[in-house]
Design a protein around this ligand. Sequence first.
Ligand code: PGA
Length: 257
Amino acid sequence: MTRRPYIVGNWKMHGTRAMLSEARAIDRAAQRHMKVEVALAPPFTLIHPIHREAEQISVGAQDCHQADGGAYTGDISAAMIADAGAKFVILGHSERRQGHGESDALVRSKARAALAAGLRIIMCCGETAQTRESGKAVAFVKKQLKASLPDPADTPADVAERITIAYEPIWAIGTGNVATTADIAEMHAAIRKLLIDLYGEEQGREVRILYGGSVKPENAAEIFAVPEVGGALVGGASLTADSFMGIALAAGEPSDH
Ligand code: PGA
C-alpha cells in the first residue's frame, strides 16, 4: 500500500455541538499519528464547526444532492458542503440506498456533482445477507460499483486522490458481525481488478479500498492485515476519540510521540 491508510468516521445522525470536544480529541490524536489519514463525516450541522477548529483531520459530508442548486427543499449541494469546509463526501451508503431509495444512477449523478465541485468522494458498495448467501456477492458489488461510479471520461485525472471505495457488507453494518478475512480479501481483490479495468493500472492500483461494517479497535488489526484493505469506514466506533483512534492506531504506528 503506497497511500497512507485512510480511517474515516461516519457519525451518521449522531452529534450536536456537545460532540465538538470529541472531534477536538480526535484531531489532537491524529496529529500524533501522521502515518494515518484521519477524517470525520459528521452531520451537516457540524461540518463547519469541526472544520474551523481542526488542524489535522479533514471533514466531509455523508451525502449531497446531485444538482448545483434550485428548488429542492431540505437538500444540500456539493458546492454548499464544500463552502462549509467539507473536503469529501460519502456517497451511496447503504442507509441512503435502502432508506432513501437511492439508485445506482442517482448515486452516480451525485458523484459527478461532487467531483465537479472539487470534492473527493467515498463511494460505498455492499451486498445484503441474502445476496451473500446466494453466492453472488462479488458479482453484485462489481455491478453496483460500476453503475455508481462516474464514467472514466467524467472522472478527474487524479482518480486515486479523488476517489475512495468503501466496501461495506450491509449485514455487517452496526450488527457486530464482520466479514471473514477471506471474504474481505476476495471482495477487495475483485474491486481492485475493476478499478484497474476502469482507470488503468497506475491510477486503479492506487485507489484506496476501505472496509466498513462493525470495525472496532479489537478487530481492526486483523482487518488491516488483509491485502488491498486501505483503511476503514467506521460508524459506531467513531463516536468516541478513544475507540476511533484505537482503530487508527491499528492502521499505522505513531510517527513521533
Ligand atoms: P458501523 O457502521 O461501524 O457502525 O458498523 C459503518 C458504516 O455504516 O459506515
